[in-house]
Design a binder for this molecule. Structure first.
Ligand code: SF4
Ligand code: SF4
Length: 186
């Protein structure tokens, strides 16, 4: 796994409470699509190519392929902790006040984590990073109410939303991520 920074703060559409209901119903572009029963481009378009099969590739024998989440080198988008209004605030994510406090204590004046090394795009405290920086099925379930079976797809969507927000929808980082998750897809 990459030693780039990882902090799993998905966009609003992925954030659910323990009873699997959305914690908030914001009118983000993605949520508007969902409400209208349309394809939410930012969350479902996880294809690396121009395939428009809702993020699922069809291989030989029409076997469905799914991207495999992984953290890529030279990204670090999720270590920008203050990502703006389309992402949930710490208060909207965490129930435990100490988590909120810890999260806020990491935010530097420019919105990036104080432990993020911009020159190398790596976490300087990787081995000791907080639990919420770990993109893992258990963490996604605990924090966001995301079923473990859906972890892979949700983690891919979260990274795509985050990378788009930080580097842009035509960025090299986004291309690299899409290629990586499809290269190792099953
Ligand atoms: S501690 Fe900071 S730099 Fe390290 S993974 Fe978490 S947000 Fe990123
Ligand atoms: S946004 Fe995703 S790919 Fe980029 S550093 Fe974070 S976890 Fe890794």
């Amino acid at each position: 796994m990459s030693r780039t920074g990882m902090v799993a703060l998905p966009s609003f559409n992925a954030v659910r409470s323990a009873d699997n209901k959305p914690r908030l119903k914001p009118e983000t572009e993605t949520q508007k699509f969902i409400n209208r029963g349309q394809k939410p481009a930012e969350s479902i378009d996880i294809s690396a190519t121009n395939s428009s099969n809702l993020g699922l590739g069809l291989g030989f024998g029409n076997k469905k392929r799914e991207p495999l989440w992984q953290c890529i080198q030279n990204c670090g988008a999720c270590c920008k902790l203050n990502k703006g209004p389309t992402f949930p605030s710490p208060e909207e994510i965490f129930d435990d006040p100490s988590d909120i406090q810890q999260y806020k204590s990491l935010i530097g004046p420019d919105g990036w984590c104080i432990h993020y090394e911009k020159t190398t795009r790596k976490c300087s405290i990787y081995a000791d990073r907080p639990y919420f920086c770990r993109v893992e099925p258990d963490i996604f379930q605990t924090l966001y109410g995301i079923d473990k079976k859906k972890f892979n797809k949700e983690a891919c969507s979260c990274c795509i939303d985050t990378i788009k927000a930080i580097y842009g929808s035509k960025s090299e980082e986004l291309n690299n991520f899409k290629h990586a998750i499809w290269e190792t897809s099953s």
